[in-house]
Design a protein around this ligand. Structure first.
Ligand code: MRU
Length: 372
């Protein structure tokens, strides 16, 4: 681990805030113009918030869904108190409704595996609580504790990723990142942006080119905003400019997050990541992914069957509400692409930097974390 990391390396903004009985999310659609919160206390509001990208970024989606289910469990426990005679036994009714809520959340964004990872974890806790004879209210308390544990594990995972990653960043490095893999996306320190922030606080004198990341502009809106908070020297570029920079020898490292990583290392991330990886390979620039182990999908041997979310055409046909093209035009809008493992120099996780052959290094990392 990096010993030189200074105390000023603090978590960035957290995408979620609990205020008494209210579950609030930073409304990432509004940044950087406005830092405001969206009330996602009810199940419907949380489903909407994930779909509409009030909260986005694979790990943050997982954490938000976990808290959404914890709040749903509270609601179900309070409804159980008022149930009338002759209805389904409380635990069964609770479980049925809880599973429906989890399923509804799972459908919101299909590529980020952290979502299903988090809802499965919440379901396991609820099932175990009932199996051990706890009441609905006690089960809801267990669910809330699990959501808190998921959040706190993300914070420590991000910190470890940032520290391992900073060691890989050469002094004076000029980096490129794509989309937003900061505190907003991953909770607290960030993954790819956590590495960049840690390298900055390690006084490595780095600078960052930020892809604007059409169509939603997460780079321009969120990554530039997060880097500005920490005064990391950063320059916004259009997604098409990275090849030019690499051809001029002006990039030393590429680092991005991931939404789902298969067991052979193939990694899905925001559309355009694959382009960057191919360019980096051609120009012999190291290309790194930074992601927690919750982003690995142990059901997938490779990236061929990673579901790719296709989003509304309107995101391509307009920019900040204004049309970009002729009326009636068609657009294609896949949200993610898959970078083949052979283009990835290393995957930075909370248990260290995984290197090819990924089949072995990923299996070892997952085994190590399962033993804990
Ligand atoms: O569509 P988004 O904004 O949710 O996509 C986010 C990304 O692709 C991130 O790079 C990824 O989720 C990793 S976030 C630590």
């Amino acid at each position: 681990m990096s010993a030189s990391l200074t105390m000023s390396f603090l978590p960035g903004v957290l995408p979620i805030k609990i205020e008494g009985e209210r579950l609030l999310l930073v409304d990432q659609r509004k940044l950087p113009a406005e830092l405001c919160y969206f009330d996602a206390t009810s199940r419907d509001q949380m489903v909407f918030a994930i779909k509409d990208m009030v909260v986005r970024g694979a790990p943050s989606i997982g954490v938000a869904a976990a808290f959404g289910l914890a709040f749903e469990a509270r609601r179900l426990a309070s409804a159980a108190k008022h149930e009338e005679q002759g209805q389904l036994p409380h635990a069964q009714a609770f479980l049925n409704e809880f599973s429906l809520a989890a399923e509804e959340l799972n459908q919101t964004r299909p590529t980020a595996v952290n979502l299903v990872w988090a809802t499965r974890r919440m379901a396991k806790v609820v099932e175990a609580a009932f199996a051990s004879g706890l009441s609905c209210a006690e089960t809801a308390s267990q669910a809330y504790l699990e959501a808190e544990a998921i959040l706190s594990e993300h914070l420590s995972a991000n910190l470890a990723i940032s520290q391992y990653g900073s060691e890989l960043v050469p002094s004076g490095a000029r980096l490129i990142t794509h989309c937003n893999a900061g505190g907003l996306a991953a909770c607290g320190y960030g993954t790819a942006l956590g590495v960049i922030r840690a390298a900055h606080f390690d006084r490595k004198n780095i600078s960052v080119y930020v892809d604007e990341t059409r169509p939603r502009n997460q780079g321009a809106k969120l990554t530039m905003w997060e880097l500005a908070q920490d005064q990391v020297p950063s320059t916004l570029i259009c997604d098409s400019m990275s090849g030019h920079l690499m051809s001029k020898g002006q990039i030393d490292m590429v680092i991005t997050g991931a939404d789902r990583i298969a067991l052979n290392g193939d990694s899905a991330n925001k559309i355009g990541t694959y382009n960057l990886a191919v360019l980096a390979h051609y120009h012999k620039v190291p290309f790194y992914i930074a992601a927690p182990l919750s982003t690995f999908d142990s059901n997938l041997v490779d990236g061929k069957t990673i579901p790719i979310e296709e989003r509304d055409q309107g995101e391509v046909l307009t920019i900040y509400g204004a049309p970009t093209t002729v009326p009636g035009a068609q657009a294609f809008n896949p949200g993610f692409d898959v970078t083949p493992a052979q283009l990835i120099s290393g995957i930075i996780t909370e248990v260290g930097v995984l290197r090819p052959d990924y089949v072995d290094s990923i299996a070892e990392a997952l085994l190590q974390s399962a033993k804990k």
